[in-house]
Design a protein around this ligand. Sequence first.
Ligand SMILES: [Zn+2]
Ligand SMILES: [Zn+2]
Ligand SMILES: [Zn+2]
Length: 231
Amino acid sequence: MKSNEFFEKANFQALIESDGADRLQDKLNVIDVFLSTEEHITLEEMLLLLREKGYDFESGFVKHCMHHMVELGFAQRKQFEGQPIRYEHRHLGRHHDHLVCTKCGKIIEFANEQIERLQVEVAAGYGFHMLQHRMEIYGLCSDCCAKRKPLMPLAMAKAGEIVFVREMAGCRHKQSRLASMGLRTGDRVEIINNSGGGRVILGLENTRLAIGRGMANRIMVSPAQNICQVQ
Ligand SMILES: [Zn+2]
Ligand SMILES: [Zn+2]
Ligand SMILES: [Zn+2]
């Protein structure tokens, strides 16, 4: 979300000057570049961006600056599931939550007053005084949805997704092969874990099944509902 870059930088300068920090100008250049991007940026991306703008700072120094900005409330440190640590602006008096695409990694920001209010109400219902929260919705962004085929290998399904088992690719005795794994055509399964390598863990009724990667590439499934349809 857009910041008042000029004011933020002046505020940061005043605080670090009173701290008597060394490399003041370098630090100001780092915050300048950080404020110029609206991305949720990793340390590596930050180093590249600095280099693009002509600053060749060592990674340790930039990391230290990022920590300093977090400490003073100019940046927020975020770690979304399956992703490296990222930094984003922290604007006083403003709050937003995130949609995270588990396929391409895209991060979308949103703010919804009703959700905010409901969270306070839920907490209050337990006699709980809410101080802060984090709302992250994981799924597929509209671009990734558009690229999705109706029939795909099980290996491509994402954790949390509900799919129907359709067929075993390239196998004449597919029914019996599937049955030996405890799966049948038409079964409705929930993807418990699929980290992209290793086994795929499924929930089938009350049982969990572990399917090897090779097999998961040959079992064809279809999403239980068109998750990507805009309501
Ligand atoms: Zn929120
Ligand atoms: Zn995506
Ligand atoms: Zn954000």
